[in-house]
Unconditional design. Structure first.
Length: 556
């Protein structure tokens, strides 16, 4: 692990920013295609933007700034129109214009002086002086309307409304066989000079909750995901509020995406994170950034009801021979220290503009681990409650990507030192992967070959192992394909198999997504799970599973 950190640091130092580079705002990047053309002018990019070609990737980059704060200001303006722009280092010569030689201009002949025409003097009309009465100053309605319009011009918003239909061909007895869900996401952003305000909310309504029958799933809610304000200084920024961060590089499972807890009432095969209240300070370096983040508390998590197919706990628990009691989930988080004990994160990330593009990040955490375990307790009313337990750790994480030719290499790694729990062992979680792209396998379509391997290692014997912690990716191999049609509608097919090399489990899936008329999105997926027959894994508790899912979304 130490060797890996030293290796990546040495690469970053050798590829540091020089005086020949400047800061640019990258709007997008895409795979290089041989014998293909890209109509740059048709996209109406700002005049400061350039189409920049590397060995196998094209990118749209705007502006060439000596100071980072100027690039940040440009990024804020461009973020109103272009989604998720980033700041990168670019060689200055890529923005230099060819200077044409200017022909010498012939000397202009002197113009003869024109005689002044004399005018007869006229009598001046001297106005009478009238005393001015002092009256209160009234702002015109027109000015007020302009100021109001200016305020709304600084606000941008977007959202989507989705209908998700699922059918379960294989599901445990007593579980629902179909499900319908309506969800909506709304977000608004306000940008004024150096200040940014952002808000995002989610609304979700389950069909069985609407009927209010015994099959209710408790999956309907209104949730505020993000609400924060941030202010940018010359080379620094400060953020306070509730937000969601993404960390990671791998395709199937992001081991270091631990800042926000998962929403347990959502489809477990898609990422849905809960916003957390925090304060963050970020300092921007020559080619990257350093961030210090304080997460202020750990929140309780709600669980869906038993009829939902992805509620993993059984309805009853055997506590003695011939004695079975109801098992109830209690949503109060158990901790030895206070839930309001802050978690501290220190993160450094950087990127290089070289022939082999390297992006890397290192994170240190002192606080509550994202890995949890459950403990059952017998209650006086003859029920058994199961509660989520959290503990403190010192955690070291990294996620990195490296592009060599047409291959993208990925790494995520974690080492956790447990501080205040005797039941959980120190552990290492590692994920490595690669994605090789074959361009134009059929017309404009690209084919990506995906491979990833995950390994979870406990470092102390006699403590909870991966089975007790419901860790699915403990010795797993993923093989998959990504087929991108490149027809201008974002159509792609991703699929593959995940193979557990210890417990003989297999998960097969296929996802298809496309965009229709710029405002509608279609997502279809199929999944099949063959659980272990001999070990009590999380998939065995759920049982054999097969499903199809169709999601229709309207985006505005």
């Amino acid at each position: 692990m130490k060797f890996l950190f030293i290796l990546l640091l040495s690469i970053s130092i050798s590829c540091a920013k020089s005086n020949d580079t400047c800061y640019s705002v990258q709007l997008t990047s895409f795979k290089f295609k041989k014998n293909s053309t890209y109509d740059f002018a048709a996209h109406n990019y700002p005049k400061s933007c350039r189409l920049i070609s590397f060995s196998n990737i094209n990118s749209i980059r705007c502006g060439c700034y000596e100071k980072y704060n100027k690039a940040r200001k440009a990024l804020k303006k461009l973020a109103k129109k272009y989604p998720k722009p980033i700041i990168v280092n670019t060689y200055k010569y890529r923005f230099q214009k060819k200077v044409k030689k200017v022909k010498k201009v012939k000397k202009v002949k002197k113009v003869k002086k024109v005689k002044k025409v004399s005018k007869k003097p006229q009598k001046k009309n001297i106005p009478k002086v009238i005393p001015v009465l002092h009256e209160p100053l009234h702002v015109s309605k027109e000015v007020t309307q302009k100021e109001t319009a200016s305020f709304f011009d600084d606000i941008s918003y977007q959202g989507n409304i989705n209908l998700t239909l699922q059918s379960y061909m294989k599901a445990p007895a007593g579980k629902e066989k179909q499900n319908a869900l309506i969800s909506a996401n709304f977000e608004a952003k306000y940008i004024k000079e150096n200040f940014t305000g952002f808000a995002k909310a989610r609304v979700q309504q389950d069909y069985y909750d609407l009927l209010n029958t015994e099959k209710h799933t408790n999956r309907s809610f209104i949730r505020l995901d993000e609400l924060y304000g941030s202010y940018d200084f010359e080379n620094d920024s400060v953020l306070i509020g509730k937000n969601i961060l993404f960390w990671g590089a791998l395709e199937v499972r992001n081991l270091v995406n631990v800042f926000n807890p998962d929403e347990l009432r959502s489809d477990p095969f898609y990422t849905d994170k809960l916003g957390v209240i925090n304060a963050a300070y970020t300092h921007y370096t020559e080619s990257g950034e350093f961030a210090a983040i304080i997460k202020l508390y750990e929140q309780n998590r709600k669980m869906p009801a038993y009829p939902y197919v992805y509620y993993y706990f059984p309805a009853t628990l055997k506590v003695a021979p011939n004695v079975t009691l109801p098992l109830v989930y209690k949503e109060e988080l158990k901790t030895k220290a206070s839930r309001y004990r802050p978690s501290i994160y220190l993160k450094y990330s950087d990127t290089t503009d070289t022939e082999y593009a390297l992006d890397y990040a290192f994170i240190f955490e002192n606080g509550y681990d994202s890995q949890r375990y459950y403990i059952q307790t017998l209650q006086p009313d003859n029920t058994v409650t199961t509660e989520e337990n959290a503990y403190l750790v010192n955690k070291f994480m990294t996620y990195d990507t490296l592009v060599i030719g047409a291959t993208l290499y990925k790494l995520e790694a974690t080492f956790a030192d447990i501080l205040d729990d005797t039941l959980v062992s120190d552990y290492i979680h590692l994920g490595i992967g690669a994605e090789h792209t074959i361009s134009q396998v059929y017309k404009e379509a690209d084919l990506g070959l995906l491979v990833e391997y995950y390994r979870y290692i406990t470092l102390q014997s006699g403590k909870k192992d991966d089975l007790a912690l419901f860790e699915l990716f403990q010795n797993d191999l993923f093989l998959g394909l990504r087929y991108s049609l490149n027809q201008g509608n974002d159509a792609s097919i991703v699929g593959g198999g995940i193979f557990d090399l210890d417990y003989n489990e297999q998960v097969y899936y296929m996802e298809y997504q496309t965009r229709v008329m710029d405002t509608f999105k279609l997502n279809f997926d199929y999944r099949y799970i063959s659980p272990s027959k001999n070990y009590n894994t999380a998939f065995k508790l759920m049982g054999a599973h097969e499903r199809i899912s169709l999601k229709l979304g309207y985006y505005f």
